[in-house]
Ligand binder design. Structure first.
Ligand code: ZN
Length: 274
């Protein structure tokens, strides 16, 4: 069964509880925001299957800062942080309100690090390219948490843990990146090739996630060596996953969707935990 039909079959009964699920979404090409492809459709279906959030916190691969920041503005702007795409993509706006209240609560909850309020960012494409299909009305408040790239995996994981209470407040927390992401190695031929190191990295992480072996995940650079550096020459697209795994409770199950590769070096594997 395709991801899409699986999601449709589960419908609204997928997430019966009050506590919001958490997600890691492989966003891939920004064009997925507007192209009527399977990724776009899966995000549309996900938006319908999830309980309606009170607010959305996005941890996007595309917001790197010194220190960790949370957007505190009431009306975040849409950021078109890419180049070389059709005009139509630049014309897209995602005018969701922000959530200064939830941003303030986030700062209170996280004691592992001092979270700073940001008034200049907005919603980058890691966030809006996914939310546009999921929640096209843009009427749910959205705020973002940044990535301090200089920090080790444990830092991101520990902050993730401390965001847990937001789920009980109806906040949908989404990590937006890609499980494998090497832009320098993308295959433009349109074939179905996937690099061995991409397959291996995706498989290993999936095994660890299935087992709840977060220790190995946090130690992945040492364990996987060159496979790790090939899968993530820079690891900005992997970092959002650490927040989501930090949020996972012991009794919570992990399921996957969009388990496929784009252009040989990008894993679109996405995760729902509830
Ligand atoms: Zn990206």
């Amino acid at each position: 069964m395709s991801t899409l039909s699986a999601l449709s079959a589960l419908g609204n009964h997928l997430f019966p509880s009050e506590r919001m699920p958490i997600m890691f979404i492989g966003h891939g090409n920004p064009m997925n925001a507007i192209e009527d492809n399977n990724y776009h459709k899966s995000w549309q279906a996900m938006g319908k299957a999830l309980p309606r959030p009170q607010a959305i916190l996005s941890v996007s691969a595309h917001w790197i800062t010194s220190g960790t920041k949370v957007t505190g503005m009431s009306q975040p702007k849409t950021i078109h942080d890419f180049g070389g795409f059709p005009k139509k993509l630049f014309e897209q706006e995602y005018p969701a309100p922000g959530s200064p209240e939830m941003a303030a609560l986030t700062k209170q909850l996280v004691i592992y690090s001092h979270i700073q309020t940001d008034d200049s960012w907005g919603l980058d494409h890691g966030t809006w390219s996914v939310l546009l299909p999921m929640y096209p009305a843009a009427d749910i408040p959205v705020f973002q948490l940044s990535l301090d790239y200089d920090q080790p995996p444990t830092y991101h994981y520990e902050i993730g843990k401390q965001l847990s209470k937001l789920r009980d407040k109806g906040v949908l927390i989404i990590g937006s990146g890609n499980l494998v992401h090497n832009l320098g190695k993308v295959d433009w031929s349109g074939g179905n090739k996937v690099y061995d190191w991409a397959l291996e990295f995706d498989k290993k992480f999936t095994e660890w996630m299935d087992k709840g072996d977060h220790k190995s995940i946090l130690d992945y650079q040492k364990i996987l060596g060159t496979t790790a550096t090939m899968a993530h020459p820079s690891y900005d697209h992997l970092l959002p996953l650490f927040y989501i795994l930090g949020l996972q409770q012991k009794n919570e199950k992990i399921t996957y969707f969009n388990e496929q590769f784009d252009m040989a070096s990008i894993s679109m594997r996405s995760v729902v935990i509830k």
